[in-house]
Structures are given as C-alpha cells and as structure tokens.
Design a protein around this ligand. Structure first.
Ligand code: IMP
Ligand code: MG
Length: 198
C-alpha cells in the first residue's frame, strides 16, 4: 500500500508561506493584541508555526468541532466538542484553520464566534479549495489555493493518519470523487458516522 501520492505543497514552501503570513499578520495587527483560535486537530501544526512569526502580543486557544457527514465530506451540521477556555468579547480574534473545503465548518464557526462580540474576527486558512466552496466566506489570509483533491500532511489527516508528514500531499489514485480516493487506499471506515473536523 502506497497511500500518499503527489506532493501538493513542499515542506520548504509551507514554511516560507507561513513566515510571510506571520509577517503580514504582524503588520496588520501592529499595536494590538491578537487572540489566535486554532481549530483542533488539523490546525495545530500550522498555528504553532504561524505564531512564532507573529510579532504582536498573542493569546492562543483552541476549539474542537465535529461535523457530521462521510469521512471526507462535511454536512454543515457542526457540534462543539471543546469550546474556548475564555471570553473573546472585545478581542481581536483570528480563526486559524488548516483547510477550507466546502466552507460549512468555517461558516458555523464564524457565526458562533461573531455572536460572542469580539472586536474583530478574521480567518487565516493554510489551504483553500476554491472548486469545492459551497458558501462565500471572508477569508482574510490564505496560504495556498489547491486543486480539488483530498490532501494529507502538515496536520491534515485521513481517518487520523498522516498528520505528521512535513509536507502536503494528495492521496494516490485520488480522483475528484473523494470516496474513490478512499477506496484507493483501502481506508473506507463504515460510512455515515460523525467525524472530527480539522
Ligand atoms: P468543510 O466544512 O467542508 O470546509 O471542511 C472542513 C474540514 O474538513 C477541515 O477542517 C478538515 O478537517 C476537513 N477536510 C476538508 N478537506 C480535507 C482534505 O483535503 N484533507 C483532510 N481534511 C480535509
Ligand atoms: Mg480532518
């Protein structure tokens, strides 16, 4: 079994872009404090690297959400598994996501956090798949636009595996329909169950 296929973003390119994003965020938030909210688990690697390039004072917190759907497609029905530890009222909040695919998970998070009256609320996504978007969302910082393929690595998983790859790769045999990709790697795990997003 050779599950991981073509590299989509090399490790060096990831690190360079993360540094650029950190510099841009530092300029945009100069003189302010930033509340960075990483979405577990996928964004852990990205937010840890990004934060080291941010030169304004910042807090770090996490949320974990689960979205119902198949292993690779979210449905937009989201449940909070772990909430923030503290209030974001009056704070400048940056949601840090690994990947925005349909946008349904992020749409839920934006609405949920907006209701808590932050001073500002922006999004930084390492990867976006424009071809899959179902809802237009304001994503202020984007690392890379990638093709419509299922990718793993640098935090992104398939059924909890491959997060540890230092680069982002597509799965071998990944064609547009994601379930075919799953068959290609023999990873289909009893359909219809909930899955942990991010
Ligand atoms: P969305 O709600 O469809 O935008 O999906 C968001 C979540 O689905 C992300 O936070 C990821 O956890 C997961 N996801 C979407 N696309 C991929 C992918 O290509 N590889 C791994 N996880 C993905
Ligand atoms: Mg995931």
């Amino acid at each position: 079994m050779r599950p991981v296929g073509e590299t989509i973003v090399e490790a060096e390119a990831l690190q360079q872009r993360v540094a650029e994003l950190g510099a841009q965020i530092s300029r945009d938030y100069a003189g302010r404090d930033l509340f960075m909210m990483g979405v577990l688990k996928g964004a852990v690697f990205f937010v840890a690297d990004l934060m080291r390039h941010v030169e304004v004072g910042c807090e770090l917190d996490f949320m974990a959400v689960s979205s119902y759907g198949s292993l690779t497609d979210s449905s937009g029905v989201v449940r909070i598994l772990k909430d923030l530890d503290s209030s974001i009222e009056g704070k400048d909040v940056l949601i840090v996501e690994d990947i925005v695919d349909s946008g349904l998970t992020l749409n839920y998070l934006l609405r949920n956090l907006r209701a808590r009256s932050p001073r500002s609320l922006e999004v930084c996504a390492l990867l976006v798949k424009p071809g899959r978007r179902q809802i237009e969302l304001p994503i202020r910082y984007v690392g890379f636009e990638i093709p419509n393929r299922f990718v793993v690595g640098y935090g992104l998983d398939l059924d909890q595996r491959f997060r540890n790859l230092p680069y982002v790769a597509a799965l071998d045999g990944d064609a547009a329909p994601y379930d075919e990709a799953l068959h290609a790697v023999g990873e289909v795990a009893g359909g219809g169950s909930g899955r942990t997003a991010a």
